[in-house]
Every structure is written in C-alpha cells, then in structure tokens.
Design a binder for this molecule. Structure first.
Ligand code: BG6
Ligand code: MG
Length: 216
C-alpha cells in the first residue's frame, strides 16, 4: 500500500525547468559556449547545481579552477533567481492542485523531494506550500540524485517506511534514486517513456490510475 507520495519539483509540479535552461544558456554564452542545447539540458534534470554546471563546461575546451566554478554556479543561480521573481501560481503545471487535493482527501501524505536549494522560495511564490506536508530539498542533502538521500529524508519527514512511498519524477536520475530507496516510481514529462519508472504517464496527473498505483 502506498501511503505517501513524494513529488519532484522542477518539471513535475512547476514549469521552472524552462527557467533553469534559460539561466544556464545565458551563462554558457557568456563563457563562449554557443552550442548549449535542450538536449544538453536533459542531462541536468534532477542533478545538483554543481553537476549541472559540469554539463555546461563539458562543451568548453577551457579548464576552470574550483573557485571559478563556484562563481559560475552562483552567477547562474542569480540569473535563475531573477527569473523566479516573476513566478506566479500560473507556473504550476496542469492538474497539479487537483491531484494534490485528491491525494490529501484520500489520507495520503505529500512531500516534495527536489535537488533544488530554491525549493522553499518556489513553493511560496507558486502558492503550492499549503498543499505540501513536508519538504526535502537540496538544503537537506549532501548527495544528489541518483543517490536516494533526498527521498529517504522525505520519507523520514512524513514518517513512512520507504516501501510505502511513491516518487513522481521527470528525470532519469530521480527514477534511479527512487529505485535505490526501494520506492515505487511514476515517470512523467516529455521523456516519461525513457525513464524506466514502474508506472508512466504523459497525460494529466489526474488521469493517472491512482487506485491501481496506491494499492502498490
Ligand atoms: C533540480 C533541477 O530540480 O534542481 C536541476 O532538475 C537543478 O536542473 C537542480 O540543477 C538544482 O537546483 P538549484 O535551484 O538548487 O540550482
Ligand atoms: Mg525534475
């Protein structure tokens, strides 16, 4: 039986993955990398800020020191935060609120499990905060997906054994992390077919067969 659902944030609950891409693209161009594409961006999904930076720097022939890399990551985050200032409840993806309400009405605990250190600000600005019981994010973890740490912490926070949790993810790293935590997984988003999740859906979250999934 599934008693808790842990949602990834970027690309699952909110459309902030577009803003991540725009901010990385801007940094890449400033570093003389003109061929940073959406295809490269797929490799950044679910992984930490510093690992996402490595995906950008792989396209450069220059070598940078750790201090320079930290400065680049900070610069990207500043661009990203600038974009987040315009974030409103409109950024919440289709059917998310209805699904969160339905799960809560069924007594399911709801958590967020995200690599993003900007999670609290995003939940606040999009109005999602009241729908979420617990948050586990980049501010809580030392390792990033595909390591299961972020989901294990989420399960601890909602007081459930890992086996009673379902992870909803749009990234391959996140699905690997869910499996490593012995949690069931639902793959969503444009690449849902390639994620290797237990259940898959490109359609609206409310059209998922929740009866079947929650029976685990
Ligand atoms: C994940 C995104 O949710 O958060 C990654 O999919 C991002 O692309 C990561 O790098 C870290 O986010 P932030 O907001 O802490 O830089
Ligand atoms: Mg995501």
């Amino acid at each position: 039986m599934i008693k808790g659902v842990i949602f990834d944030l970027d690309g699952v609950l909110v459309s902030t993955d577009e803003m991540h891409f725009a901010a990385w693209k801007l940094l890449a161009e400033e570093l003389g990398i003109t061929n940073f594409t959406k295809e490269d961006n797929k490799l950044q999904k679910g992984v930490s800020r510093m690992e996402s930076l490595e995906v950008v720097l792989r396209k450069s022939d220059k070598l940078y020191s750790e201090a320079e890399k930290l400065a680049f990551a900070m610069r990207k985050n500043n661009y990203y935060i600038e974009l987040l200032q315009d974030l409103t409840p409109d950024a919440v993806l289709a059917d998310v609120i209805e699904t969160l309400e339905m799960l809560r009405n069924r007594g399911i605990a709801i958590a967020v499990g995200s690599a993003s250190k900007n999670t609290p600000m995003i939940l606040e600005k999009t109005g999602l905060k009241p729908y979420i019981d617990q948050v586990s994010c980049g501010l809580d973890t030392t390792k990033s997906k595909p390591d299961p740490e972020v989901f294990i912490i989420a399960a601890e926070k909602i007081n459930l054994p890992n086996e009673e949790c379902l992870v909803v993810e749009d990234s391959a790293a996140g699905i690997v992390a869910a499996k490593a935590a012995h949690m069931k997984s639902l793959g969503v988003g444009p690449e849902y077919k390639q994620l290797g999740a237990d259940y898959e859906s490109l359609t609206l979250l409310s059209e998922v067969d929740w009866d079947k999934i929650l029976q685990g």
